[in-house]
Design a protein around this ligand. Structure first.
Ligand code: IMP
Ligand code: MG
Length: 189
């Protein structure tokens, strides 16, 4: 049998930070952590679009709990790699979360602005419990104090794409997470 070739590095990436296999192993172990936390309770999952879509889809298939899924959307970076000030909610919850066990899922915790806004909004709706699970955490970048209950990977302060994370809506479908070349961090049409 011919030797298995490792996939070529995407030309817009400077390096791969988290491989497809590492993501898959960590998502499985996060599923086990969720099972330990929630037992057989029903979970109301709130995924933050668009970045958390791939992670949420994989994570939810690792747990056998009853799950209600809702998605919310905040203002995005647009075509930049830095967030500008306070995020705003552009599409809110459709499910009622009062007295429910709510798990917010996001792709990355960066300045903390987005998740602190969403968590305080949901806390105001009196859920039975509220937890936050993020795939990536750039701890050094926090502007607002905020910690997630479950974190997939701690990463350095680099702009990353893939597995749901984008730059100007591109690269979300990469199966791994990589550092975007600075030469590619320019405005796309
Ligand atoms: P925060 O409000 O600054 O914590 O930003 C959270 C949001 O910014 C995430 O949900 C991502 O959509 C986006 N973001 C932060 N860092 C990156 C990155 O390195 N790559 C892609 N998107 C990012
Ligand atoms: Mg996001």
């Amino acid at each position: 049998m011919p030797a298995k070739k490792s996939p070529a590095l995407h030309p817009d990436l400077a390096s791969v930070l988290v491989t497809k296999a590492q993501i898959s192993r960590r998502v499985k172990s996060l599923g086990r952590e969720l099972k330990r936390i929630y037992g057989d309770e029903e979970i109301t999952v709130v995924a933050i679009m668009n970045g958390a879509i791939l992670f949420t889809a994989d994570l939810l298939r690792e747990i056998d709990n009853a799950v209600r899924l809702d998605c919310i959307r905040t203002t995005s970076y647009g075509n930049a790699t830095e967030s500008h000030g306070t995020p705003k909610l552009v599409h809110g919850l459709t499910l009622d979360v009062t007295d429910r066990h709510v798990l917010i899922v996001d792709d990355i915790l960066d300045t903390g602005r987005t998740l602190s806004l969403i968590a305080s909004m949901i806390r105001g709706m009196q859920p039975a419990s509220l937890r936050v699970c993020v795939l990536l955490d750039k701890k050094g970048r926090r502007v607002v104090p905020f910690e997630a209950d479950l974190v997939g990977f701690q990463i350095p302060d680099k702009f990353v794409v893939g597995y749901g994370l984008d730059f100007a809506e591109r690269y979300r479908n990469l199966t791994h997470i990589g550092v975007l070349k600075t030469s590619r961090q320019k405005v796309h049409a």
